[in-house]
Design a protein around this ligand. Structure first.
Ligand code: PRT
Ligand code: ZN
Length: 288
């Protein structure tokens, strides 16, 4: 009989992680329709069943085995410690969980929180943080709009997720301590059966290829032959750069892969060494 087992993945239905999660699967070559209001769907070209859920519920679904794997922010995993395994950091949904105080709060060290009321949606993470620092605080757990708590007299400070910082700023708050850095991660159930494990490995292979590609660019350029040595030295490539003769005598075409972080510096030094016609392309997948 044909094996029809599918890997079950839980994604955020709508919110800050949903678009990037969908994009990631699509870049892994997995097609599915995600019509509005749908709670589950099946991929058309990979044995994958997709559940669309609230992010807070994803760890529980994965721990219970209703889903095999899921994509969720590390902040959720650390707050509600469930029996799930973190498989891979995904590089999106980056944010930090930070303590912030009103502008008139005289803040110097974390000791200044002693005896203060702090509003947060992340009481467990925060309690552990203060316990490690030996600071006693009064933690108020609220489920949303944490940033307004000081102005309505509910708290002296807040602990909330921050990305651009504009929410804190518009509420007259100043970020003073980072409690946790977070990004989206792939989590998995601890007791996957062999088929699910195999499918997860297949998916993970693709995710790694997509994420490796994101950090790299493909570069093509023309170089005068007498400068080839100097130019190829700047371009390590995956193994070493590809060099091919151009139709025009005395010139070669050089192809290579460069890291996005070094990108501008590499391009500048290439130009200085006499490279011309530099083209830079993004890479969809990179298998190392
Ligand atoms: O409906 P559901 O429960 O699924 O969604 P949600 O509203 O609980 O979560 P959502 O979509 O807001 O966030 C999902 C995940 O995205 C979080 O668990 C984090 O891992 C990640 N993430 C990344 C963020 C932010 N950045 C972020 N900035 N989650 C929330 N925020 C909020 C923050 O709480 C604050 O209200 O954005 C505001 C601050 O943003 P800045 O840019 O003004 O600093
Ligand atoms: Zn949520």
């Amino acid at each position: 009989m044909m094996n029809t087992k599918k890997l079950k993945i839980a994604l955020q239905k709508s919110g800050r992680l949903s678009e990037e999660s969908h994009k990631l699967l699509k870049k892994c070559g997995i097609s599915f329709s995600n019509g509005l209001g749908k709670l589950r769907t099946e991929a058309t070209n990979f044995p994958l069943e997709i559940f669309f859920l609230r992010d807070d519920d994803i760890p529980e679904y994965v721990a219970d085995g209703v889903a095999d794997v899921g994509i969720v922010g590390e902040n959720i995993i650390f707050e509600d410690e469930r029996n799930v395994e973190t498989i891979e950091k995904l590089g999106f949904g980056k944010c930090r969980l930070s303590l912030a105080v009103p502008k008139n709060f005289d803040y110097e060290t974390v000791q200044n929180f002693e005896g203060k009321r702090i509003a947060t949606t992340y009481p467990n993470i925060l309690r552990t943080f203060f316990a490690k620092k030996n600071v006693n605080t009064d933690i108020h757990t609220i489920s949303g709009s944490v940033e307004i708590a000081p102005s309505i007299g509910l708290a002296d400070a807040v602990c909330d997720l921050v990305s651009s910082g504009s929410t804190l700023f518009t509420n007259g708050l100043r970020e003073v301590e980072i409690v946790l850095n977070s990004e989206a991660v792939l989590i998995a159930n601890n007791n996957l059966d062999e088929t699910a494990q195999k499918l997860l490995e297949k998916l993970l292979f693709r995710i790694k290829a997509v994420n490796a590609a994101k950090q790299n660019k493909y570069i093509l350029l023309n170089a005068p032959n007498e400068k080839l040595n100097e130019i190829t030295e700047i371009l390590p490539g995956m193994k070493s750069p590809t060099v091919m003769p151009l139709a025009e005598k005395g010139w070669s075409s050089v192809h290579s892969v460069i890291n996005e972080n070094d990108f501008w510096e590499v391009v500048e030094s290439l130009k200085k060494k006499g490279a011309e016609g530099i083209l830079v392309l993004s890479i969809d997948q990179m298998i190392q």
